[in-house]
Design a protein around this ligand. Structure first.
Ligand code: ZN
Length: 392
């Protein structure tokens, strides 16, 4: 096989007529032309083979063996005798007005999909960040047609498109990203959800303690069980305990204070995770303050409640916790009690719901990585595309 044929086949450039090639330490240069052939005029449909002129152009292609591949070619312009217009010959590897091949553009998006940052992909491929961003803008992830049966909502700080927070919707049953919305405002969410015709098919709506989301669910999803994910609940008890520790600690001598601060892990850990030595140290800590001992006991009760095997038992343990927390008269537990009074109905739903916000939380973490690698996406569409590319 002649060497030129071999090269074009290897590089999957079979349609070209290779005229020359050369290489340096960092670059491979190929010069080629395309076969002159009867071509349809895009203006009038006439078939012509008349050449008007040639324009030299250099195109970047996918790197080969770590070297930049540059294609040099005299772009032919045909003349149409029927309408007198001139037009470039079509070349499947090269979209209109582009200086990089289609496959290079696709590969850049493929790299983003594999969690490369735009910067890293651009450096690796020898193209600019803005070239990738332009391609990203052309990607389309249309709004879905139907809501999933298990819809989970959360928000994340995005700072894109002039909005601080964006809403993220996921399908918690299939563990799939459902959509990313530019804002989390009630009006925008209403406008968005309103367009779906299958709102009655949503069986579970999983959210954090956000009144806007809850009200939306009540209004739009008549058949859905609203569930507050346990993940968002459990920290109220640890916050309360932490605040009691801080108050108690303030009244101590500096050396003891330091010890307490260092040992707060003992207070916050699940009791069953502590070894004998830690348990002894914990007992010493608790013996220093009655308030702290009570707060600790309440936290343990709360953890017990969170671990309830079913809804009935959870209801029983919750009642018990509320009575104990009220009787303790510890002001640090007021926020926790208020939260429970407002939300207990939906929190209890979590105990017989097989779904959690776990997937959404995981997605949020992945988004954080994308944001870190991207110096912020000012354009929301790009940002949304970027997330969909990486996560779907
Ligand atoms: Zn024509």
């Amino acid at each position: 096989m002649p060497i030129y044929d071999f090269i074009t086949e290897l590089l999957e450039l079979e349609d070209i007529i290779l005229k020359d090639f050369s290489f340096t330490d960092t670059e491979i240069h190929l010069s080629f032309s395309l076969k002159r052939k009867p071509t349809v005029c895009p203006c009038c449909g006439f078939i012509t083979e008349q050449v008007h002129d040639y324009r030299p152009s250099t195109i970047k292609d996918l790197p080969v063996m770590g070297k930049q591949l540059l294609l040099h070619y005299n772009k032919r312009r045909y003349h149409c005798p029927s309408c007198n217009k001139h037009f470039y010959e079509p070349f499947h590897l090269l979209p209109k007005y582009c200086r990089i091949t289609t496959r290079l553009a696709f590969y850049s998006l493929h790299m983003l999909k594999n969690r490369y940052s735009v910067r890293n992909a651009a450096t690796f491929l020898g193209i600019s960040d803005s070239t990738i961003f332009r391609r990203l803008k052309d990607v389309r992830y249309p709004k879905p047609d139907r809501l999933p049966t298990v819809l989970s909502i959360d928000e994340f700080r995005g700072n894109s498109g002039g909005q601080k927070f964006h809403a993220i919707l996921t399908d918690a049953h299939n563990h799939e990203l459902f959509d990313i919305l530019p804002t989390r405002s009630q009006t925008d969410l209403m406008l968005y959800l309103n367009t779906f015709k299958n709102k009655k098919e949503v069986r579970y709506f999983i959210t954090d303690m956000n009144r806007v989301y809850k009200d939306l669910a009540v209004q739009y999803f008549p058949n859905a069980t609203i569930v507050i994910d346990k993940f968002h609940v459990v920290r109220y008890a640890t916050w309360a305990l932490e605040n009691v520790r801080k108050r108690v600690q303030k009244q101590m001598l500096p050396s003891k204070r330091k010890y307490f601060k260092r040992s707060r892990r003992l207070l916050l850990s699940h009791r069953e995770n502590l070894n004998e030595e830690s348990l002894l140290a914990l007992e010493v800590m608790l013996s220093q303050s009655n308030d702290l001992a009570v707060a600790y006991h309440l936290k343990e009760l709360f953890f017990d409640f969170m671990k309830s095997p079913d809804r009935t038992e959870a209801g029983r343990r919750l009642k018990f916790f509320i009575l104990a927390a009220e009787a303790s008269n510890l002001p640090e537990f007021n926020a926790c009690l208020t939260m429970l009074r407002n939300w207990s109905k939906y929190i209890l739903n979590a105990f017989d719901c097989p779904y959690t916000n776990g997937y959404t939380e995981g997605t949020n973490n992945a988004i954080k990585v994308i944001k870190r690698n991207a110096f912020g996406y000012r354009n929301f569409r790009n940002f949304r595309n970027r997330i969909f590319l990486a996560l779907t």
